[in-house]
Ligand binder design. Sequence first.
Ligand code: XMP
Length: 507
Amino acid sequence: MQEKIIILDFGSQTTQLIGRRVRELDTYCEILPYNKFPENDPSVKGVILSGSPFSVYDDKAFRIDLSKVIGRYPVLGICYGAQFMAYMNGGKVEPANTREYGRAHLTKIDSSNPLFKGIGQGTQVWMSHGDTITSIPDDFKIIASTDEVKVAAYEISGKNVWGVQFHPEVFHTEDGTQLLKNFVAGICGCRQDWSPASFIESTVAELKDMLGDDKVVLGLSGGVDSSVAAVLLNRAIGKNLTCIFVDHGMLRKNEFKNVLHDYECLGLNVIGVDASSKFFSELKGVTEPERKRKIIGKGFIDVFDEEAHKIKDVKWLAQGTIYPDCIESLSITGTVIKSHHNVGGLPEKMNLKLCEPLRLLFKDEVRRVGRELGMPEHLIKRHPFPGPGLAVRILGDITPEKVRMLQEADDIFIQGLRDWDLYDKVWQAGVILLPIQSVGVMGDERTYERAVALRAVTSTDAMTADWAHLPYEFLGKISNEIINKVKGVNRVCYDISSKPPSTIEWE
Ligand code: XMP
């Protein structure tokens, strides 16, 4: 049985991070809304209660019936989680004199406590709280303090319950991983055997069981997630999986051909649909970014739907949805604000059952699974690319000629990054075709042609990004090559804006 840790989400911004850290300990975990604790699930080995934007004494504070977890599983409360358990057991939680935010050091650590095994006095922790526990019930035992906070960590004697005021999941907590390991492996007794190989084995078995002889369609985008989902499903059900790869005409140079070739080499049953003329005609004269996106989104659904219906008796739609897309996070009002997101309304339209084999994985885990499945590195490390493709990198209206121009410039840039060993050092890169012309001189001729902008960013999740500090020599060489080789372009700029306040894409 796949043992697991449940993380109950009380709305903290770091809940996902707790999940990441537990997964890094090769232990499977699920993040669930605070009020969705599963009854009678024998695979649960322990429970973590997250932080929260609320104070425990707030009217709107999220509360649970602690008897569902305490006494039944080992429990670790983090920040609000710790305060909540103290408060509900008769302890006192009060606003701190000064909101404590940032680094602190643990003193008076009870080194004999299993939660602090291998953690030395003075270790740095990360605090982020407005409230503090000022008194604890009799059966609570303080097991660490800081200069400011007396109850920095506690144990409820004999109950298998711990609480920490600081955030072990945050990078700045020096021994945070060790503390979580002490809880997950030492206290909960998890085997730490969750790996890409074990994930593949159990998922393939589950997919076989769930899908039987049913037929499944999956939309491929060339990106990592949908590709890994396809290979996994292929392993489970082989030819009963049909993949559809739609070319909307806004892909990179030779991308349609190359990606199709890759997929065929992977043994996938793929239908490549060249729908570029439909998209070019629908996009003709459209300049407004959101309209472009809508037209492409709807066009994609229409083409996919039409192709899928050519396959007889399809019952399932598979998608490469990953964990961050699924986690239900909670708004301040307690309503679910980010429920399941799926690609552009496909499932509603198609009336198919949904199959999402990667829904429990983080992005880097998807890559590890892909590697374990034997997929080539260039597919796994491919930069993210927006669904609407080059359409959102051509400012102004779109014509086949502009797409060609941009494809050429983009190809020179991307190939250059590969040749200079820079491709894997940036999160993503591309070229933007600007809607302006400027004067230049080539040979003895005056030119009046387009400008392009190069964009390359570093990032860990695309939520924030910095412009990549690419070497001047490299930029100079790429600029020359683009101007010399791409007809219609006589000027190259480099975008040095960060996100925020800019975004990665220009539209
Ligand atoms: P922004 O421009 O918002 O982009 O900083 C963040 C990340 O999302 C990608 N992106 C998209 N991906 N469909 C997608 O599948 C889209 O419409 C879309 N728009 C932006 C972008 O390339 C970056 O990785």
